[in-house]
Ligand binder design. Structure first.
Ligand code: FAD
Length: 400
């Protein structure tokens, strides 16, 4: 048994199997040996751009085969279940190693479903070795939630496409090797039917990258494409299938955005602070209102754990979580914001201290989350749009 076992058509057993428990113990032992305070510090200050220690750690995971735990063996993976892959990500999170590599968690999953056999051979093993990192080029200045409104054009000329346009919020474009780009390739087709996805190196002539900095200090980018020539073989799927391809990749992205363990860790750190007495005053834990809030947060963090496991289980059944991925993403991002907000209220001004400050409580997780969580509520598709997906595809409600 390599996954949580199915006990009915739509039901699952949320307990880990003995094999999965053993795997968790193995991961914990490995992380105890290999995660240094220096690595945690580098990750805490470097945002989404991996530093030298982070890159070396990633390579170490690659050598152990742990970047592709749930991948099929034919693509270099370990052929284990997505539940085991989720256990692995959760254990990394508990060690403050935020595993934000969307190339592995989301794009590779979409490639396995949608790319040609030749493209799978071309990209997947290089992704597993950490040689290929891909940034996402969906959003444009005039098209975010309404993704079918993009205007970047890909025009077929012989065996190539020539691409012109602009992308915005292209996170990672300053260090990734490739871009996964959504462009309009079928000028006369209806909006949703005229798009295609391409993968090509960011070093291709005609690409310019400009930085944009967020309030959390994370760098994202604008990307300008001027007469960029890419081979027709860079297209993933068929011409005009790009909206569907992007939707599948976004479903996987949302599954991996909605993380349980990061919030578990933040809540545990907050509870630890609430037990402490500062300057001889009563610890926050003595206040029944505080205790009531912490219980509410605890229950919601546990609910998120179940949503995460349900999505992983669905992937193991060969499904792509859709409304489920949206629900997980909405619940996780709203909860992250609420946890940070309530934590800072409970701890007072001290709760706003950032990582590295003297006397910082909860390792600065609350302040960091408070700055990051607004972005999580619209990154990967705004929560309002996710609620539409839950209503229409999950609950079968009519469009307004
Ligand atoms: C830090 C950061 C990193 C990002 N990284 C990437 C990346 O790597 N690649 C990429 O392609 N994109 C990226 N994005 C873009 C992100 O996916 C978009 O911001 C998001 O899809 C929303 O699009 P928008 O910003 O154009 O807002 P808009 O679509 O203009 O929406 C603005 C507001 O209106 C609401 N709204 C819009 N339409 C509706 C509707 N029909 N019903 C109800 N409410 C609606 C939205 O919910 C939102 O609150 C990133 C964004 C940020 C800030």
């Amino acid at each position: 048994m390599n996954a949580l076992h199915r006990i009915g058509a739509d039901t699952m057993d949320f307990r880990y199997t003995p094999e999965q428990e053993r795997f968790r113990t193995e991961i914990r032992a490995f992380l105890r040996e290999n995660v240094s305070d220096e690595l945690r510090r580098e990750i805490a200050v470097s945002g989404h751009s991996p530093g030298p220690l982070g890159k070396a750690f990633l390579r170490l995971l690659g050598e152990r085969g742990w970047l592709g735990i749930g991948w099929p063996r034919e693509y270099g993976g370990q052929g284990r279940s997505m539940i085991e892959q989720t256990i692995f990500y959760h254990e990394l999170d508990l060690q403050d190693i935020h595993y934000g590599n969307l190339t592995i968690t989301s794009l590779a999953m979409a490639l396995m479903k949608l790319a040609s056999e030749e493209q799978k051979q071309q990209y997947l093993s290089r992704i597993l070795k950490g040689e290929l990192e891909i940034c996402l080029g969906y959003t444009e200045p005039g098209a975010g939630s309404d993704l079918a409104g993009i205007t970047t054009r890909a025009v077929r000329v012989g065996d190539e496409y020539v691409i012109n346009g602009q992308k915005v919020f292209t996170t990672g474009a300053h260090y990734a090797s490739h871009i996964w780009l959504l462009a309009r390739s079928e000028a006369d087709a209806p909006r949703h039917k005229g798009l295609s996805v391409f993968i090509f190196p960011l070093a291709t002539a005609g690409i310019t990258v400009h930085p944009i900095y967020t309030m959390e200090g994370i760098r994202t980018n604008e990307v300008f494409l001027d007469d960029v020539h890419v081979p027709a073989s860079a297209m993933i799927g068929t011409a005009g299938s790009g909206f569907h391809t992007a939707a599948i990749a976004l479903d996987f992205e949302r599954v991996f955005m909605g993380k349980y363990t990061k919030l578990r860790r933040n809540l545990d750190a907050l509870m630890h602070e609430c037990r402490q007495s500062l300057d001889g005053s009563a610890p926050p834990f003595d206040d029944p209102v505080v205790r009531d809030r912490l219980v509410g947060l605890h229950l919601d963090v546990e609910r998120l754990r179940l949503l995460c496991l349900k999505s992983a289980w669905m992937i193991d059944q060969g499904q792509v979580p859709n409304a489920e991925a949206s629900a997980q993403k909405v619940f996780a991002s709203d909860l992250e914001q609420r946890l940070a907000d309530e934590g800072i209220r409970i701890l007072g001004p001290r709760g706003q201290l950032e990582y590295g400050s003297a006397h910082v409580p909860a390792h600065g997780h609350l302040a960091q989350s408070w700055l990051l969580s607004p972005m999580l509520r619209f990154g990967g598709g705004a929560n309002e749009i996710q609620r539409d997906i839950i209503a229409q595809r999950g609950l079968g409600l009519p469009r307004a």
